[in-house]
Structures are given as C-alpha cells and as structure tokens.
Design a protein around this ligand. Structure first.
Ligand code: AVI
Length: 323
C-alpha cells in the first residue's frame, strides 16, 4: 500500500462492452460446424487453468519465450529505444514484461487488459517494484478498436504482445488487429511480438494434449461456464477434449466431441448433437518466420529483427510501423 502511494497507478477504464455471451454462444451452436469463441475460456477457473498450462512440461511456448526475452533483452531494448511509452496488450499478470523492464527502461508503461481486478493488482505490484516508472493501466478489450487514453507525443511508442496470442486470431483478423496496433503506435512505432513457430506436429500436439489433462480440463471448463452463466445442462462427461494439428491450415484446432447422441438445453433452446459431433473451440495458428513477416507487412509493418531459441520452437519479432 505504502509503495503504491509513492508511485500511484493511473487507471483508465474504457468500459469494454460486456460480450453478449448468450447471443454469441447460441449463434455459434446453430452453425453447421458448431463453434464457441476461445475468449469464453477465461472465467476465473479458465484463467487459473491457463496459468497451469503455462507451467506444463509439454507446453513449451511460455518458458521458451521467457528464455528468448532473457537472452536478448538488451538487444530488444536497443531496437525499441529507451524512454518509450510502452503499451502491453493483454498484459494479464505482467510477468513477461518484468523480464524486459530493467533493459527497456520505458518512461511510461501502459498495460491493457479486459480483466479489471487482475489488471489493477498486477499494475500496482509493478509500480511498487519500479518506483520511477509511470504506470497507466487501461481496462479495455484490446481486440476491439480503442485509442490510448493519454495525450503523450513526447515519448517514442512501442507495444509488447507476447505469448503468441496473435495465433488465436484467424489470419485476416490478425492482419486487421495489427493494423489497429499500427494506428496506436504511429509511424516508426515498434512492436515486439511473440509468435509460435511451425514445427514437428508431434511436439505441437503434445503441447495441447498434456498427460495430466490440464488442457482437456481448460477446454471442458467452457461447458461448466456455459452451464453456470447461461443456465445450460451440458454433461461434461458426455464430451471429450480433442486437439490436433491441421497441417493444411497450419493451426492447432481444439474441439469438444460429443461422445453420444444427446440433446442439451442452452439458454432456453434445445441443441442436438450426433455421436462424434464436435464444437470447435480454438485455433492456434503456427507461423514460419517469413509467413509472419509477410502478415506484418500486409498490416503496415516492416520487419526489423527476429529472435528465436536454439531449437527454433518460438520467435519474438521486432517490427516497425511504416505509417
Ligand atoms: C493464449 N493462447 C496463445 C494459447 C495457445 O497456445 O493458443 C491458449 C491455449 N490453448 C490451449 N493451450 C493454450
């Protein structure tokens, strides 16, 4: 408390519109290929399970990306420039930025996240740990258009988007999203972004089918959430987790498979499932370095540098906004 008084967090609530979960879930379940958007994974239990996934031996992205940030932080800082206004998109618990802050020394750190409590707690902890850093926490849905709530043109702008969350967008949506990030940054703004790489399908599939079943629990938790929040009667044990690498589309797909014919009541409507019918719950696109750089170019960025680990599992790109 004392430390946060010494370095108070400036809080900007951009009042993200609550997702209309009922309408979106019902519309997705009415499609010939049933689907539910991955953003609905993240209730309190889903966020806890996702944190547990990040610690799994099979889930290489988190530890590999942190290794890259540790190893190349100084060089990343020289590309991004000191004294920047640094925006972190989907900052969560701000764990990864802590690895970079010593090297980056931004003037202003602006974490953006939709989860108000989580955002405030981690922003306050960070402000206490870095008393000279100005922290502006922004509660917003970073996947929808928004503008920075400060009128700061004195510092160069940079953005940090780790974790390969860009892979959870369809490529055309990723391009639209990056274009909007470019608008926030302006000409010459820098983007540091973590991107998971295409690799041996066995490694990829293991990362989404861990032996302890944490990813399965994360996927199935969606049904518990819908039961609780939309008054549905999904039976979790009548569905199973299924994740595989779709080579043609270069993406991991996660599905929930109905193990028998069944009728489920969701928000007052009957939804029928055949045995083996799936609900598609997530895509996680995997890129080559060239493939991601081309996507960046289409969105108005020029590739500046890219760092990988020695096994080429994961990449961190620095891109410059060409304005
Ligand atoms: C958040 N996102 C980058 C994760 C991924 O790998 O696509 C979500 C996840 N789904 C299953 N495991 C992790």
């Amino acid at each position: 408390m004392e430390a946060s008084v010494r370095n108070p967090v400036h809080f900007h609530d951009l009042h993200p519109a609550p997702a209309d979960m009922r309408a979106e879930v019902l519309a997705g379940l009415a499609l010939p290929q049933k689907r539910i958007a991955p953003k609905f994974f993240y209730d309190a239990e889903g966020s806890r399970l996702f944190d547990a996934i990040c610690e799994l031996p099979e889930y290489y992205p988190t530890r590999t990306e942190i290794g890259i940030l540790r190893r190349h932080g100084a060089e990343m800082a020289s590309r991004l420039g000191r004294e920047a206004l640094l925006v972190e998109l989907g900052s969560g618990s701000s764990l990864k930025i802590r690895v970079l802050l010593e090297a980056l020394r931004p003037a202003v750190y602006m974490p953006v996240d939709i989860s108000r409590e989580h955002l405030l707690q981690s922003a306050e902890a960070l402000a206490a740990a870095f008393p000279a850093l100005q922290v502006h926490a922004v509660c917003a849905d970073y996947s929808a258009p928004f503008s920075l709530p400060v009128d700061d043109h004195e510092h160069p702008r940079a953005a940090f988007f780790p974790g390969s969350s860009v892979g959870n967008f369809e490529p055309a949506d990723a391009e639209r999203f990056l274009r909007r990030v470019g608008e926030l940054l302006g000409p010459d703004g820098r983007l540091l972004i973590g991107v998971d790489l295409v690799k041996d399908p066995a490694l990829l599939e293991a990362a989404y089918n861990d032996a302890d079943g944490v990813t399965a629990a994360f996927n199935l938790n969606l049904l518990s959430r819908i039961n609780r929040e939309l008054g549905a009667d999904f039976q979790r044990d009548a569905f199973r987790h299924h994740a595989f690498f779709n080579r043609e589309l270069s993406r991991i797909e996660m599905h929930l498979v109905s193990t028998r014919p069944q009728r489920v009541r969701v928000a007052g409507q009957d939804i029928d499932f055949r045995a083996g019918e799936r609900i598609h719950t997530e895509c996680s696109y995997k890129y080559s370095i060239d493939g991601f750089q081309s996507l960046g170019r289409r969105a108005g960025f020029e590739p500046d540098r890219v760092w990988t680990d020695e096994d080429s599992l994961f990449s961190v790109h620095c891109l410059t906004c060409s304005g």
